[in-house]
Design a protein around this ligand. Structure first.
Ligand SMILES: Nc1ncnc2c1ncn2[C@@H]1O[C@H](COP(=O)(O)OP(=O)(O)OP(=O)(O)O)[C@@H](O)[C@H]1O
Ligand SMILES: [Mg+2]
Length: 263
């Protein structure tokens, strides 16, 4: 493995639900430090792709190579343990727990490790949570309050801070700002830019092309369960991407000058 070894190299990834071909023969590559977007119409297979590469579901076919090593994730925890952090389209936070408990959900810090009788280290979790939120610039007034009283945006920021804080290899955000207001969206975008500066590779799914063009290096277009092409952001434009998403533009007609990854 060298500095140019892709963080993620996916070939032939396929998932069919009975007769529904959610994803067919997907090829995808993410380079070190790269931020890429996944775009496509509703039902194009974007979330299915994310579920397959994060162990939520198992593919029918295909290979996933993470930093030069072929992997297969049995569960989301398995993917997390290998450094892939994901914020899913449907948020997975516990409403009744406070911020530190949510951040450390499933990987609680302990003072005494006695299996089910372990003693949790609340102080360490509070301190680490505060520093994770600080790194991402997220401001939460009172961390000991349950999430129930927080806005959608604040919750989303907690989820993203959690992912950003733990991500070792890669972070995946499935429509992180779809339900957010203008200020909260800007906050999340600033977090993403901070991850870029730290060199953490990222995949973002977004229907917001302004956001996509502002944030990422490369755009992968999904259409009817296939990845039909990828374009370097600086070599394309929103009109072209819309044409690819809707089918008005045939990817085969695009210039091949782009340094596109094999796809
Ligand atoms: N568990 C499932 N069982 C059956 N069909 C499914 C299942 N999950 C997804 N599908 C189908 O697979 C296709 C792709 O769905 P997916 O959720 O990946 O789309 P998407 O690109 O994420 O769309 P959106 O932009 O609306 O989030 C859709 O036709 C969907 O109905
Ligand atoms: Mg989706």
């Amino acid at each position: 493995m060298n500095a140019n070894t892709p963080v993620l190299h996916i070939t032939g990834l396929t998932k069919h639900y009975g007769g529904v071909k959610a994803l067919t023969d997907a090829h995808f590559q993410l380079l070190p430090g790269e931020h890429v977007a996944i775009v496509g119409d509703n039902g194009a297979g974007k979330s299915t792709f994310v579920r397959l590469i994060t162990g939520v579901e198992q593919p029918n076919a295909g290979e996933i190579v993470l930093s030069g090593r072929t992997v297969s994730f049995d569960s989301p925890l398995d993917a997390r343990e290998q450094g892939i952090e994901t914020v899913y389209q449907t948020l997975a936070l516990a409403e009744d727990l406070d911020v530190p408990a949510n951040i450390f959900l499933g990987r609680e810090l302990t003072r005494l490790n006695l299996g089910p009788l372990s003693v949790l280290n609340h102080k360490a979790m509070r301190e680490r949570s505060a520093s994770m939120l600080a790194t991402t610039g997220v401001k939460i007034q009172d961390m000991s309050e349950s999430l129930r009283g927080m806005s959608g945006g604040q919750r989303q920021c907690v989820a993203i801070a959690r992912a950003a804080g733990f991500a070792k290899n890669l972070i995946i955000l499935d429509e992180p700002t779809a339900a957010l207001g203008v200020a909260e969206t800007a906050r999340v975008e600033a977090i993403i830019q901070g991850l870029k500066a730290r060199g953490v590779p990222l995949i973002i799914i977004s229907h917001n092309l302004r956001q996509v063009f502002d944030l990422v290096d490369r755009i992968f277009v999904f259409r009817q369960g296939r990845i039909i092409c990828n374009r370097l952001t600086r070599q394309t434009n929103p009109e072209e991407i819309v044409g690819l998403i809707t089918g008005a533009i045939d990817p085969a007609t695009l210039s091949t000058e782009t340094e596109a990854a094999p796809c």
